[in-house]
Design a protein around this ligand. Sequence first.
Ligand code: S3P
Length: 443
Amino acid sequence: MGERYSTVSVTFQVLPGGALGGEIRVPGDKSISHRSIMLGAIAEGVTEVEGFLEGEDALATMNAFRAMGVRIDGPEEGRVRVFGVGKHGLKAPVDALYCGNSGTSMRLLCGLLAGQGFEVRLTGDESLSQRPMNRVALPLREMGARIDTATAGRPPVAIHACPELVGRRYEMPVASAQVKSALLLAGLYARGRTEVIEPAPTRDHSERMLRAFGYVVRHSGNSIAIEGGGKLAATRIDVPADISSAAFFLVGASIAPGSDLTLRHVGVNPTRTGVIDILRLMGADLVLHNERMVGGEPVADLRVRHAPLHGIDIPQALVPLAIDEFPALFIAAACAEGVTRLTGAHELRVKESDRIQVMADGLNTLGIQARPTEDGIEILGGPLRGGRINSHGDHRPAMSFAMAGLRAQAPIEIDDCANVATSFPGFADLAQDAGLRLRSIDA
Ligand code: S3P
C-alpha cells in the first residue's frame, strides 16, 4: 500500500496562447485495454490485441495476470498476445496483486477472482487505497463470494477461495460500469443467471467484448444478464483511441481561436460520447468523419475547430456517458460565455481525486468563479489568469489544466502530474506537436 510506480515528480509548465492543429492519434482506450487482458487471460487460445494502451493502469492489469501464471507477450507498439489459460487455469499469485492507481483493475479483478479456488489480495497506491470497494464487495458477497476489505470498505481487498458462486439479480444503486462488469465477470463462474439492472446506461465494453469472445450476453432495457458455465474463445481485438484522452484535445481546440484539429480512430461507443454531446450543446464545432465498426466497437475520426462556447445546464442523462470527461469540460465551461451547471455527478467526488473540489480550487486560482455543490459545480465563464495548480496526483485534472493554458493570460504551472502516465503516456509530446506550449519537467 502507498507504493507508486515512479518516485519522479512531474510539473507541467504551460505558456499562454497558441492553437491546436494537424492530425493526431491519442493512445488506446483504457477500459477496452483492461478488458482485453482480462478476457484474453481466461479464454481458450491466443488473443491478439493491437492499439493496447501502454499506460500504467492497463499495465497493472497485465502484471496481475502474469503473476497468476498467464503468458503475455508485449506490449510492443501497442501489440499484445495473451495466451489464454481458460476459465479455470489461473494460478494463485505469490504476492498481493498491486493495482497501482487503477480502480478499474481492482474492481473488475474483485469480480473475476471472486469465484477462483485460491486466495488473493489486491492493493493499490495512496489514491486507490481511499476509494470505495463495497460497491463491488457487497453484491459479490450476495453471490457467495468471501471478500474482506479494510475499514469503511476501502482497499486492500482479500478474496478467499470460493469454488462456486450463485447467480443473482442485482439492482445497482449507482450507475457504474465497473460494478456491472465485476458482477458479469463473477457471473461467468456462477451457477445460473447473473443479472444486473442499471439505473442509467453505462459504458458497455464488457458486454461487447464478452460477445466478441463468443459468450452470450442478454441485454434488454436496463437489464444485462449472462448464464454461468460457458467458455470464452480467443479473438483479435483492435483497441480504438480513447475518447477520454481525445477529450482534452476536443476542449483545447474548441477554446483556442484558430484551432483546427483532427483526432484519428477514436472510439465513439454511444455509452462514451457524452463529451461530444455536451460540447455541441455548448456550441462546439465538432464533426465525425469516416464512421465505422472495428471489432464490435464504433470508431470515427473527429474534426474539431474553434467556436465560441456558451454555458449550459448539463442534462443529467449525459452524466454517466461523460463521467471521466468532466475535468476537461469544466475548462470548456470556464472559457464559455455565462454559467454552466452540473448536477447529479456525486461520483466525481470518489474518482482518483475529489474532482469537483480539485477542479473548483484550480479554477478559482485561475480567477474563475467556480462553486462546488454536493453533486456538481457551477462555473461562470471569464478570463483566465495564470497561476500554480495542484492536480493532487490525478491525471485528468492535470491534462485539463494544461489545456487551459491555451486561453490563459499568463503561464500556468501544474504540480504532481506523474500520474498522467496512468492513462496517457506521451501526453506532453503529443500536446506540443498539436500546438500546446507545454514543458514537462521531471524532478
Ligand atoms: C470504467 C468505468 C468508469 C470510469 C472509469 C473506467 C470502466 O467508472 O470512471 O475510468 O472501465 O469500467 P464507474 O463505472 O465507477 O463510473
